[in-house]
Design a protein around this ligand. Structure first.
Ligand SMILES: *[C@@H]1O[C@H](CO)[C@@H](O)[C@H](O)[C@H]1NC(C)=O
Ligand SMILES: *[C@@H]1O[C@H](CO)[C@@H](O)[C@H](O)[C@H]1NC(C)=O
Ligand SMILES: *[C@@H]1O[C@H](CO)[C@@H](O)[C@H](O)[C@H]1NC(C)=O
Ligand SMILES: *[C@@H]1O[C@H](CO)[C@@H](O)[C@H](O)[C@H]1NC(C)=O
Length: 962
């Protein structure tokens, strides 16, 4: 290792006399020239020219020899030069006034984007800050945009082609929306290379709880294919953070998603991806709460084992850095004072371990802290005031909406932003207190919500979906768009360069196929530094629609009001399995009595009766009434908080076959939130292992509104289906390989087939064989969780061989199905249904590596391919929070189906379609689906708001506006 280049303090080049000027004018000169090249501590090649004249003169008689204290003059001069850099206050890099972007690669032609509809990211001139915060003055504006030398040069109503160079590339946007490239302020792309493999995972340095000294860029793999998938969602810039296992995780870097020659870059290199090659700011990741104590705490051996211990780890580390900073300042004061470097008895104190943390205390680092709970937030704010550093953003931060005032107490002025998910929650205790309305509440309290992916926790390709959901939950439109563009730009120090469509900004722009906050919106082209990133983008045939600034959804009460009888009016459309005839095109009523729908249409008699007997009549704006949603594949009903054993039924393991009905636990945050999102039914299987998306045993069908399993109608199918898991995460113990799992399953099925043909009795105590017998005779569905196309092929063969042996036909469903499109025709021929879970899959694991991510990279997704092939399809849940999005997933398939999928068919994918795939109902209590429906304002296929839910229990829950 070449220490000189690796020790960040070093200033390798000797001072050059012609650069020596008095300090003040030198500072100004640097500023004016915008020459920030000397900025990054980590790579200071340019730190050489800043020593004070006087001291050099004093030392010069000794040339490059030794001082009176026997120290190297050359080294001391380098140390002196370092002093200025140690004191440097970081500033946001300039935007306007640049002739070229420092990232611009010579030879790239300018681009003129004609006829776009532009969201500049700013309100019209003259809008006051208060009015702007409310969203006044923001609009979509028809404009042409000219990109040259990596910069946005002109944004004007019309730019004549004769006014730009002849080699300019002209792109016709045809009225479609254009925004700044999106910014993901929390990503692990490149350090958590996909598909996940041990050999390529470099997310956390787990040598110790406190590793501020490691750097994400040292593990950043530019060849991670996910970097391209993310860009296909319009994300052009990401903050690549180390993971959150450690209290202090290390340094982070802001990169752009243009990689190597195919993307118009000079070389394939992480350094080439840096959004600011001059590195004006450094970034750091820290984490509070559950992770560090879980990962590092060893009772009696090693802390932290508690949040108290974590605060000690933090404060102890800050103390070391503060101490280093003080020793350096003392040295610099002495070396720059009278007598100069001849006086000092030692070199500048250096400690690589605390160098980055020292830089944080010196105001050169933007700090991003993973912190969920009130005590975590409060402790971190206290540390910031004790040690005088700024917190740029709290990440995840589910509970910030409860305590905006704590954030405002943080050190250093502007309160931290809140970087979060729209509705991903419940995965651990600190994520179980959360609100889908957090974004709106924070905005109302003057704080800044930023939506992030935590890729690969969420697929950052769909970052804009997080903003869209936040808008659906009440965050104003302009703030939702800002939350993935200008707000993260500001909090990364790129407020002058990124996040807006304005002359002088970097030429990172996206032309979308539809309003970016509409479901399924996809880029038709993405530019980074003025270079188009996709050679042959797939463009869906899709109407642009009206570009307006829709109002945020009204604020709804957290708790519903129960009503047995009620009439809804203003119903524009109903989506039921059975067509309802004779409806008016826009204004129908739906009458409900004792929780059941008694009339759809004019309902004059019911309306009249209502007025007579004080039955409430609720008028809907753009009302929809649909059948309710079935959640399939989740742990809902068996688990309240994923990572907490006591709140969870637990994994069964392969050797034990259990019935979910025996572990059913209701009235949890998951059942209640699902119900409030229109999910009235769930079919849940026991979990095989600690992984989500593993199933083993018989599933139970139940109503999410039930309080206990003994409530009338609570369980409508006590054994809904028999489940096994064939994914890579199922390998363990007795079944260490995929082949052994399939072999064991075949043996069980053939045993059941033999007992069926021989009419041998099966002991009722052998639940597994008793149920498998019903599987083999075709009554109960066999649901096999699998993603790989190869494993799904094995399922098709397994079905054939068991059917041949039993002489029956099996009802088989694949749950998961990330690669099912590769065998779509065979699945249709074999009559094997597929429930896609998650509905929006991506190549996260090895067995999903061929998953389709959709436009502009692939023509459609698995759902499109399966529907086209005639496979019976449903949309399911892998992680429980996804139950909240099921209606949106249906809308996504409808919106992006190029007209091939009707509204009703799309809705069926999350409703009756699932019930039919599973053959539910044969077993169930009579009329088990009665009284289950959802009343919406706005189309549920376009993100409408739930107004009321009939949960099948004799009343309707109505949410009122507050
Ligand atoms: C790209 O490579 C060329 C040729 O090697 C070099 O002159 C230029 O400075 C490089 N540009 C950037 C932005 O790195
Ligand atoms: C802009 O695009 C729209 C949609 O394709 C088209 O109707 C309109 O004529 C175009 N306007 C100009 C000035 O090209
Ligand atoms: C995508 O596939 C569909 C169905 O095969 C086809 O009709 C359509 O033209 C394709 N679209 C593109 C852009 O290739
Ligand atoms: C299948 O088996 C179950 C239980 O053994 C039995 O009740 C049912 O009638 C059988 N159905 C058929 C179609 O054979």
């Amino acid at each position: 290792m070449d220490t000189k280049n690796n020790i960040p303090y070093s200033a390798p080049e000797p001072p050059r006399p012609w650069r020596q000027r008095p300090r003040r004018s030198r500072g100004l000169r640097f500023l004016t020239l915008g020459c920030l090249c000397f900025i990054a501590f980590a790579q200071w090649k340019q730190l050489s020219h800043q020593s004070s004249d006087a001291h050099v003169d004093e030392a010069s008689p000794l040339g490059h020899g030794l001082t009176q204290h026997g120290l190297s003059v050359k080294q001391l001069r380098e140390d002196l030069a370092t002093c200025a850099a140690l004191r440097r206050k970081a500033r946001d890099p300039v935007g306007a006034g640049r002739e070229r972007n420092a990232r611009y690669i010579d030879g790239h032609a300018p681009t003129l984007i004609k006829n776009a509809t532009v969201w500049t990211g700013e309100p019209v001139p003259g809008t006051s800050p208060e009015a702007a915060r409310r969203g006044e003055g923001f609009r979509w504006t028809p404009a042409d945009v000219y990109l040259e030398h990596g910069l946005i040069k002109r944004v004007e109503a019309s730019i004549d082609a004769s006014t730009v160079p002849p080699d300019t590339i002209v792109f016709h946007a045809r009225g479609r929306p254009l925004t700044a490239g999106l910014i993901d302020m929390h990503s692990h792309a490149g350090v958590s290379t996909l598909p996940e493999l041990w050999g390529t995972d470099d997310t956390n340095e787990m040598a110790s709880d406190t590793t501020p000294y490691v750097r994400s860029i040292d593990g950043l793999n530019p060849r991670d294919p996910q970097i391209q998938a993310i860009k296909s969602g319009g994300v052009t810039t990401s903050l690549i953070l180390p993971g959150s296992a450690n209290n202090m995780g290390g340094e982070a870097f802001v990169v752009k998603h243009a990689v190597g020659r195919p993307d118009g870059r000079n070389e394939t290199s992480a350094q080439d991806m840096l959004a600011d090659p001059d590195r004006a700011w450094r970034y750091m990741k820290m984490a509070c709460g559950e992770n560090p104590k879980r990962v590092y705490g060893r009772v009696g051996k090693q802390g932290p084992t508690s949040r108290m211990g974590e605060s000690w780890e933090f404060r102890h580390a800050f103390e070391q850095a503060a101490e280093l900073k003080r020793r350096q300042e003392d040295w610099c004061a002495k070396a720059e004072g009278k007598g100069g470097i001849q006086k000092v008895k030692d070199y500048l104190p250096r400690e690589l371990k605390w160098e980055s943390l020292r830089a944080l205390l010196a105001g050169q680092v933007k700090l991003h802290v993973h912190c969920y709970t009130v005590p975590d937030l409060e402790a971190m704010v206290a540390h910031s005031n004790e040690f005088h550093f700024r917190i740029e953003a709290f990440h995840h931060a589910h509970q910030t909406y409860l305590v905006p005032e704590i954030l405002k107490r943080a050190y250093g002025g502007r309160p931290p932003a809140v970087a979060m998910f729209a509705n991903t929650m419940w995965y651990k205790a600190e994520a179980s207190v959360a609100s889908v309305q957090a974004g709106r509440i924070l905005h109302d309290n003057g704080l800044t919500p930023v939506y992030v992916s935590d890729n690969p926790v969420l697929n950052a390709q769909h970052l804009v979906f997080e903003a869209a959901k936040a808008h659906r939950y009440g965050l104003p439109y302009h703030a939702a768009l800002a939350s993935v563009t200008s707000a993260p730009a500001e909090h990364l120090g790129f407020g002058n360069r990124l996040g807006k469509v304005k002359a002088g900004f970097d030429a990172d722009v996206v032309v979308w196929d539809s309003d970016p906050l509409s479901l399924g919106a996809a880029p038709v082209q993405v530019w980074i530094d003025g270079t188009a990133q996709f050679r042959d983008p797939v463009e869906l045939k899709k109407p642009v629609g009206d570009l307006g600034v829709p109002e945020a959804a009204p604020r709804m009460a957290e708790e519903p009001v129960a009503k047995a009888d009620v009439v809804f009016t203003g119903v524009k459309k109903v989506l039921f399995k059975k067509d309802v005839h004779g409806l008016s095109p826009s204004n129908n009523a739906v009458a409900v009595s004792q929780g059941k729908i008694t009339c759809v249409g004019a309902c004059a008699r019911e309306l009249e009766a209502a007025s007579r007997s004080n039955i409430p009549v609720i008028h809907l704006r753009n009302g929809y009434v649909t059948e309710s949603i079935t959640a399939f594949g989740s742990k809902i009903g068996l688990s309240a908080i994923d990572a907490e054993k006591d709140t969870d039924n637990g994994p069964s393991g392969w050797s034990v076959f259990t019935r979910a009905a025996d572990g059913l636990a209701l009235d949890t945050i998951k059942t209640n939130a699902s119900h409030a999102h229109g999910v009235t039914r769930a079919v849940t299987a026991p979990r095989l292992s600690s992984h989500d998306g593993t199933h083993h045993g018989s599933s139970v069908g139940f109503l999410t509104a039930a309080r206990t399993p003994l409530d009338k109608g609570a369980v409508f199918a006590s054994d809904a289906a028999v489940h096994y898991t064939l994914t890579t995460s199922a390998k363990s113990g007795e079944t260490p390989s995929i082949a052994s799992i399939i072999g064991a399953l075949r043996a069980k099925l053939l045993t059941a087939a033999a007992s069926l043909t021989s009419k041998k009795e099966v002991s009722p105590a052998d639940v597994e064989q008793a149920l498998l017998r019903r599987v083999v005779n075709g009554t109960l569905p066999l649901v096999l969780t699998a993603h790989s196309a190869d494993t799904i092929a094995a399922v098709v063969q397994l079905k054939r061989s068991v059917e041949a042996s039993a002489g029956t036909s099996l009802r088989v469903v694949v749950l998961g199905g990330a690669e099912s499109h590769l065998v779509a025709d065979e699945l249709a021929a074999a009559d094997v249904g597929v429930v896609l879970a998650p509905a929006l899959t991506f190549p996260s694991t090895w067995d999903r590596r061929r998953a389709l991510v959709g436009a502009p990279l692939t023509n459609g997704t698995a759902a499109d391919a399966l529907l086209r092939a005639g496979v019976k399809v449903g949309l399911g849940v892998e992680e429980d929070w996804q139950a909240l999005d099921l209606g949106l997933y249906a809308g996504w398939v409808w919106r992006n189906g190029e007209g091939r999928v009707a509204e009703k068919e799309a809705w069926g994918l999350v409703s009756w379609g699932i019930d039919e795939l599973l053959g539910l109902g044969q077993d169930a209590v009579p009329g088990w689906r009665e009284g289950q429906f959802v009343v919406w304002e706005g189309s549920p296929l376009q993100g409408g708001t739930v107004k009321a839910v009939g949960g099948g229990r004799g009343w309707v829950d109505v949410w009122e506006e507050v």
